[in-house]
Write a protein that binds this ligand. Sequence first.
Ligand SMILES: Nc1ncnc2c1ncn2[C@@H]1O[C@H](COP(=O)(O)OP(=O)(O)OP(=O)(O)O)[C@@H](O)[C@H]1O
Ligand SMILES: [Mg+2]
Length: 274
Amino acid sequence: MSPVSATGTAADSEATCPPVGSAVIEVCNVIKTYVNGDTYTPALRGVSLHVEEGEFIAIMGPSGSGKSTLMNVLGLLDTPTAGSYHIRGADVSKLEEIELAEVRAREIGFVFQSFNLLPRASSIRNVVLPLIYTRVPVHERQARVEAALRAADLEESLWGKAPNQMSGGQMQRVAIARSLVNNPALILADEPTGNLDTKTGAFILKTFERLRDEGRTIVLITHEPEVAEHADRTIHIRDGLITDAETAYATDAQLAAAAQVEEPTTRPEAGDVR
Ligand SMILES: Nc1ncnc2c1ncn2[C@@H]1O[C@H](COP(=O)(O)OP(=O)(O)OP(=O)(O)O)[C@@H](O)[C@H]1O
Ligand SMILES: [Mg+2]
């Protein structure tokens, strides 16, 4: 018996998802059930989500709705119980931990509410670490770190300073630089302004907007409507389900494909963009 049927919470019918294309995120009918002894907690109950390159989306929902679980799945920090997940067309839902770690380091940049920086290492040291992990040659590192710190708007006088001598907003800029340095397909931000005052939070959100304008793909998790307003579209999650499923699809072409409707369009067919 699969854990899904054991919970009785699976979306019984298979969701019809668009054919796999080259979108940054294609999640189809993902179920995540936590199992602790005899207790099954259905945290995601059939989530489908499509995010195109260069989109900035917000995922909103009340406490316990499954936001962090979804973030962990999207960030390859946890594997779904069922369903599929493709990043830029590659199936990542069934990878082993070692492969997951490789894809995670290369394709995903994380920004957390609590910054998760090394408090006594300099900004430069914090930002270079992902490059060391992905074995970027030494001679390329400095230029990449400086470009990331600039892209995150961290003033140069703070590059040699450590986070334990910085404000929250400055720390979050170091974290954003770290998330950018490997040029990831996707930036995942979990409540990135949760520990910041409103004004500082607004500046950080402006930086995310600019990064989106430069072509970055950003998924931001929040429970604050004012934060979600900065995104191009907002997806609502409740009790492990996306409640506005139609907005989970980015384009009319994909919506039509999901509904299995033929649509005359100038956009490439899914088969062409594979
Ligand atoms: N490791 C775990 N083991 C068992 N149940 C879990 C685990 N992590 C989360 N859950 C449960 O899964 C559901 C979704 O939790 P999740 O942390 O994803 O919610 P959330 O939307 O991020 O909430 P919050 O806004 O409070 O952070 C909740 O019912 C939670 O109790
Ligand atoms: Mg959470």
